[in-house]
Design a protein around this ligand. Structure first.
Ligand code: BGC
Length: 464
C-alpha cells in the first residue's frame, strides 16, 4: 500500500542517466552565444579565472547573504601557514518581513550590520577589501558588477531584480555608514565554496551547495563559453542548476507533490530542480505525502493534526533527525500532535528516506554531468578532481553524502572524486576570490611595469 505513494519518487539508474544526459544538453544551451537567453540552466560567467595558487595573503571582510541569516566575517589569508582563518564573525538574522520587503530596507540592514561589526571589532579605521557572497542568480558583468536575475529561496525584495547588487550595497553604506570599504568582489556561494577549498587542495575545481537551495559551479574552458570573448584559459561558471526543468524537461519525473510544492511557492514555475532537492522544500514534500497517506487512512488513524495540516510545519531538519533513529521519529511525531503507533513511525521513516534519497540521487546525476564534462573537455580517459561542498542537507543528513557519492561513482565511472566539506566556505571563499583577484591584478601590474621598462630600453636604444 505504502509503495504506491513512494514509487514515483524512486528513480532507476537508467532514469538518472537520462536526467544527466538532459542536463548535459542544457549546459550547452546555457553556454551558447544565442541560446543562453532562453536557457533554463543559466551557466553564468563569474569572472573568476583562477583558483588559488597558495601565494595569496592579507586581511579581508566578507559578507554572506543567501539563507535566512546574514553573516559578516573578518578573514585572514596566511600564506606561510596556507590557511584561511576566520578571525571574527557575526550573524544577523534577516526577519521574514525583510525577505519580502523593499531592497532598500534589506541593504540598509546589511550596511548597518557591517558597520556594527566594524565598530565592535575596531576595524572602522581600516579600509579592507570586501568579498560579497550573494547566493542568488546574478548576471556578472565584472567581478564588482553583478545584476540580480531573480530572487530564489523565499526572498522577494522589491527593486533589486535587474539592478547591480554591488552598487546597491555601496549606496546603502553611503546612506547608513560612517566607514569605507576597499575593492569589492562579488561571488556566488558555490564559487566561494570552491575557492575556500581550493586553498587547501588546488585540484578543487567544482563547488556544490545542497542547503536551503542547491547549485554548483565548475571551471570551464573559456573557448566553450561562447557568450564571452576569449579563447585561452578557464573561467568558473555558476551553473544555477536549480533552474533545470524550468522549461518542462523534468515533467515526466515530477510527482503530484512536487507540482503542489511548486504551485504554492512564492516563485511558481521557477527552480524546479531545486524544489525536488533542497532544504527549503524537502520537508514540505514529506508533509504533503504524509497528509495524503493520512487522508487515505493509512497513517495516524486517519487524523491529521493541526501542525501536520499546516504548510511549512514539517521542517527539513526533521527528515535528518527522523532518519537518524526511530526514537527521534517518535518524539517529532508527538511534538506534531499526532496520534502515532509503531507502524506509523516506521512508515514516516520510510517516507523521509525515500524523499531524501531522491534528492541525493538527483544531485549525483547533476554532479556526474559536470565531472564527465570536465573530463571530456580535457580529453582525459580518467579525471581526478575535488569537489568543495557545503549546505545543511549535505552536512546534517546522516546518509545523504554517502548515497550521493556512491551514485556519482556509478554515473561517472571514469572520474575519481574527492569530496571536501568546506568550513565557512562561502564567507572565507569570498575573501579568497578577492585575494586571488588582487594577486592577478598585482601580477599584471608587474608585467606592465616590466613591459614599460623594456619600452624605455627600446627608446633609449633608438635615441642612441
Ligand atoms: C541560488 C543559487 C545558490 C543556491 C545555493 C539557489 O537558490 O539561485 O545562486 O547558489 O541557491 O545557495
Amino acid at each position: 500500500m505504502v509503495e504506491k505513494y513512494l514509487q514515483p519518487f524512486q528513480l532507476s539508474p537508467e532514469t538518472l542517466q537520462e536526467v544527466s544526459a538532459r542536463l548535459r544538453k542544457d549546459l550547452l544551451r546555457g553556454l551558447g552565444k544565442h541560446s543562453h537567453h532562453k536557457a533554463p540552466v543559466k551557466m553564468l560567467p563569474t569572472f573568476v579565472r583562477a583558483t588559488p595558487d597558495g601565494t595569496e595573503k592579507g586581511d579581508f571582510l566578507a559578507l554572506d547573504l543567501g539563507g535566512t541569516n546574514f553573516r559578516v566575517l573578518h578573514v585572514r589569508v596566511e600564506e606561510e601557514a596556507q590557511k584561511v582563518l576566520k578571525m571574527d564573525s557575526q550573524i544577523c538574522a534577516i526577519p521574514q518581513e525583510m525577505m519580502l520587503g523593499t531592497g532598500e530596507q534589506l541593504f540598509d540592514h546589511i550596511a548597518t550590520c557591517l558597520g556594527d561589526f566594524l565598530e565592535s571589532h575596531n576595524l572602522k579605521c581600516q579600509t579592507l577589501p570586501l568579498g560579497f557572497t550573494f547566493s542568488f542568480p546574478c548576471e556578472q558583468l565584472e567581478i564588482d558588477k553583478s545584476i540580480l536575475i531573480r530572487w530564489t529561496k523565499g526572498f522577494n525584495c522589491s527593486g533589486v531584480e535587474g539592478k547591480d547588487v554591488v552598487q546597491l550595497l555601496k549606496e546603502a553604506i553611503q546612506r547608513t555608514g560612517d566607514y569605507h570599504i576597499g575593492s569589492v568582489a562579488m561571488v556566488n556561494d558555490t564559487v566561494g565554496t570552491m575557492m575556500s577549498c581550493g586553498y587547501k587542495d588546488q585540484s578543487c575545481e567544482i563547488g556544490m551547495i545542497i542547503g536551503t537551495g542547491t547549485n554548483a559551479c565548475y571551471m570551464e574552458e573559456i573557448k566553450n563559453v561562447k557568450r564571452i570573448e576569449g579563447e585561452d584559459g578557464r573561467m568558473c561558471i555558476n551553473t544555477e542548476w536549480g533552474g533545470f526543468g524550468d522549461d518542462g524537461s523534468l515533467d515526466d519525473i515530477l510527482t503530484e507533490f512536487d507540482v503542489e510544492v511548486d504551485k504554492t511557492s512564492i516563485n511558481p514555475g521557477v527552480h524546479i530542480f531545486e524544489k525536488m532537492i533542497s532544504g527549503m522544500y524537502l520537508g514540505e514534500i514529506v508533509r504533503l505525502v504524509l497528509v495524503k497517506m493520512t487522508k487515505d487512512k493509512l497513517l495516524f488513524k486517519g487524523q491529521i493534526s493541526e501542525a501536520l495540516g499546516t504548510s511549512g510545519r514539517f521542517e527539513t531538519k526533521f527528515i535528518s533527525e527522523i532518519e537518524d533513529g526511530l526514537e527521534n521519529a517518535k518524539k517529532i511525531l508527538t511534538e506534531l500532535g499526532l496520534d502515532w503507533g509503531l507502524v506509523d513511525a516506521s512508515v514516516v521513516c520510510l517516507v523521509c528516506d525515500t524523499i531524501s534519497s531522491r534528492s541525493a540521487y538527483l544531485c549525483a546525476a547533476a554532479l556526474a554531468t559536470l565531472v564527465n564534462r570536465i573530463r571530456n573537455n580535457r580529453k582525459l580517459d580518467h579525471l581526478k578532481t575535488t569537489v568543495g561542498v557545503d549546505g545543511t542537507v549535505y552536512r546534517k543528513h546522516p546518509t545523504f553524502s554517502s548515497k550521493l557519492q556512491k551514485a556519482v561513482r556509478l554515473l561517472a565511472p571514469q572520474c575519481d572524486i574527492t569530496f571536501l566539506v568546506s568550513e565557512d566556505g562561502s564567507g572565507k571563499g569570498a575573501a579568497m576570490v578577492t585575494a586571488v583577484a588582487q594577486r592577478l591584478a598585482h601580477q599584471s601590474r608587474l608585467l606592465e611595469e616590466s613591459d614599460g621598462e623594456d619600452d624605455d630600453d627600446e627608446e633609449e636604444e633608438e635615441g642612441q
